[in-house]
Every structure is written in structure tokens, then in C-alpha cells.
Design a protein. Structure first.
Length: 115
């Protein structure tokens, strides 16, 4: 059995059942999804998350603008990385997101994980 684009919802027990005219047999395995997610900003770790790709920024200020990187590690495959750019009104840069100073927003980097 091969899994592509594994999600936390894929965790659980899987049973293979084989049978023929002489009898049958089965084998059950448990799939455990272990992914460590970290948020980095220039390049300090600003958050460790076990099961979500969400980063919540509160009381946004101009100094919060910049590149934020989400890094997914599973200990088996190559790390997956997603970078988002955030600008705050008042800063003179063109970026993907604009937030007003003091405004609270929920930002998510969406990752497709393949274990």
C-alpha cells in the first residue's frame, strides 16, 4: 500500500487480508503521523506547532513585517518549507499581505506533506 499526500486524518490501523482456497491470513499495522512544524522569522524560531500550520500574529507592528517560513520535518523525508511575506501598512515594500498596525490576523502556510 502506498500513501501520497499524507494527512493527520490518515493515521490509524490498516489491515491487509489475503485469502485463497487453502485459507486466509491478515496483518494489521498502525500508521502514526509524526510531523514537527516550526515557524521562523529572520531566522529565529518563533513557534513550534505539533498539528497545525497556523501562525497567529497579535498586536501587529511595523517591525513584524518580513519573511515568515514554515518548516515541516518528519525525520524520514526532506524538510518541506513554505515562505510567506507580510507587510504592515506604513512600510514601503510590495508584499502579498497587508495588515494595519495593531490588527490581528490568522495566517496559514498550506503544506502538502508526503511521508
Amino acid at each position: 500500500i502506498t500513501f501520497n499526500n499524507v494527512k493527520h486524518s490518515n493515521a490509524g490501523n490498516y489491515t491487509c487480508i489475503a485469502s485463497n482456497t487453502l485459507g486466509s491470513d491478515e496483518y494489521t499495522v498502525r500508521l502514526i503521523i509524526k510531523v514537527s512544524l516550526k515557524w521562523l522569522k529572520e531566522p529565529k524560531i518563533i513557534g513550534d506547532i505539533q498539528s497545525s500550520t497556523k501562525l497567529i500574529l497579535e498586536n501587529i507592528e511595523v517591525k513584524d513585517a518580513g519573511s515568515y517560513e514554515c518548516v515541516a520535518e518528519n525525520g524520514v523525508d526532506t524538510d518541506l518549507r513554505k515562505i510567506i511575506e507580510i507587510s504592515v501598512n506604513g512600510e514601503n515594500e510590495t508584499n502579498r499581505f497587508s495588515l494595519c498596525s495593531g490588527e490581528r490576523r490568522l495566517l496559514a502556510a498550506l503544506l502538502s506533506l508526503s511521508l
